[in-house]
Design a protein around this ligand. Structure first.
Ligand code: AMP
Ligand code: MG
Length: 469
């Protein structure tokens, strides 16, 4: 495995050399053969636990912790950074695309701010399962190569076994990375970071000067729109869309308090700390727009020395977010309903459907699955939707079934099943259902082997998620 380091030349404050703190008894819990194959990572079985816990670091590897800022629930922290993660390097996949390899939960760093630098087994396993599920659902996401138990206890409420996740991402450049250098007034570093992000994620941008960074912002906006639309297509609620958890690549990162929506409601919020619903299901587009505005602010010094002129050039892109989003969102609903082209009355058709879903507490995934299968006589249209469906059916064609089948999953990672698996892992470092469940989640658009996995929980009124610390 050849690890290339990519961040050390951006700014001294940006990448700080720091080594993982060894753990007492590393043992491999999960290993992602598919990711290992894609990245040509070939680690002998006997060495996986020591390498993927950070207990042994190859001579060629110089681990670093990355600096970043972040708006957390709207409040700015100038210095967050990798407080419990170590970047080891980047490897190329079979298509030549570079992937960062990062250990998370690998010990305190200069960015820890009093935290223990560790990760509990529950959040580690959640990240593994959720990112695999999202990948199979066709949602852009970081992935996990492995989860290793540390043999140590992390003191959370309640205390839990510790674990280290090996995360892979096409980069760890965040909106907060730009905020970090902008806050320090490091324009040279900012430019290097923007150029590195362009080279890695948007190589088709070849212009120079202000045009280059305007094109960069436009490209990031497009990716964020694509991301949030695909989240909403499958009912995903990220739960902590802080600017430090927003990747420039447009991949989903940070699976701490995420959850899937069961019965449809734009106001759905599960995160225990999101009291205002800032990161609720239906508010995700607004927040993505807000986060892009924070990126735009950070890019100002690269656009013009005069703030007013910089703002005049950046603002149209931020102000154009909503219209672009709505366009993509409308197209998503048209696909979810297999609509034939676009007609002016379609938005009313969708609005009526969503109102009925909410009124009757219908399950988002299962309802769209039933509508899909009803087209070929495999399912009944849910009773509350029968009247509505007469107009819908007039808008479908022979190709509708296929479009809907590719768009509407049958199987999503249900919160209550994930929680059951995490509880098993906290108790015994394994779960009897994990392997079968992961296999099923690999094929979310085809018939599940286990029907009960498609059922929403009987009652989720008290369900809350927590930040994965
Ligand atoms: P997160 O909620 O995981 O996005 O983390 C937000 C910030 O808190 C990041 O700077 C993390 O590195 C830091 N952080 C979270 N948990 C810990 C921990 N256990 N020890 C040190 N830093 C942490
Ligand atoms: Mg984070």
């Amino acid at each position: 495995m050849k690890l290339a380091s990519r961040y050390t030349d951006i700014a001294e404050s940006f990448a700080i050399a720091d080594r993982p703190s060894p753990v007492t008894q590393p043992s491999l819990l999960l290993f992602n053969e598919a990711v290992a194959k894609q990245l040509s990572i070939d680690i002998p079985l006997t060495e996986r636990a020591t390498l993927l816990s950070g207990n042994h670091i190859n001579e060629a590897v110089e681990p670093i912790a990355l600096g970043y800022s972040g708006h957390q629930f709207g409040h700015f922290s100038a210095r967050l950074g990798d407080g419990r993660a170590h970047f080891l390097g980047a490897v190329a996949d079979d298509q030549g695309l570079l992937w960062d390899i990062q250990l998370k939960g690998s010990g305190a760093t200069p960015f820890s701010r009093g935290g223990d630098g560790r990760c509990a087994i529950g959040p580690a396993v959640r990240e593994y399962i959720m990112s695999e599920a999202m990948h199979a659902l066709g949602v852009p996401t970081t992935r996990c190569l492995a989860v290793v138990a540390t043999g140590e206890t992390v003191y959370r409420q309640p205390p839990q076994p510790g674990a280290i996740v090996t995360r892979v991402a096409t980069s760890h450049i965040r909106v907060g990375s730009f905020q970090y250098l902008a806050t320090q007034g490091d324009v040279a570093g900012l430019k290097k970071l923007a150029d590195a992000a362009i080279a890695r994620h948007y190589p088709s941008i070849t212009s120079a000067g202000p045009e280059r960074y305007l094109a960069f912002l436009a490209a990031v906006i497009d990716k964020q729109i694509e991301l949030v639309v695909s989240w909403m297509r499958v009912g995903f609620i990220h739960g902590v869309m802080n600017t430090d958890n927003t990747l420039i690549s447009g991949e989903t990162i940070d699976y701490g308090p995420c959850a899937m929506m069961n019965h449809f409601d734009f106001d759905t919020v599960f995160s225990s700390i999101d009291r205002q619903g800032r990161y609720g299901f239906g508010n995700q587009p607004n927040i993505a727009n807000w986060n892009c505005a924070r990126l735009a602010e950070s890019l100002m010094p690269l656009i013009n020395d005069d703030d007013d002129q910089a703002i005049a050039l950046l603002s149209p892109l931020i102000n154009g977010f909503a219209e672009k989003f709505n366009h993509a969102f409308t197209a998503m609903w048209a696909q979810k309903l297999g609509l034939d082209g676009h007609e002016p009355q379609d938005s009313e058709l969708v609005a009526q459907l969503l109102a009925l879903l909410k009124e009757h507490s219908l399950d988002y995934t299962n309802t769209f699955d039933a509508l899909t299968e009803s087209l070929i006589g495999n399912a009944e249209i849910p009773t509350p939707l029968i009247q509505w469906s007469t107009l819908w059916l007039q808008r479908t064609t022979t190709g509708s079934y296929e479009t809907m089948r590719e768009t509407n999953p049958k199987l999503i990672p249900r919160n209550h099943i994930i929680e059951k698996i995490l509880k098993d892992f906290a108790e015994s470092h394994q779960s009897p259902i994990l392997s079968e469940y992961l296999t099923a989640l690999q094929n979310p658009y085809t018939q599940s082997v286990n029907e009960s996995w498609s059922h929403p929980p009987l009652d989720e009124s008290g369900y809350h998620t927590f930040c994965g610390t």
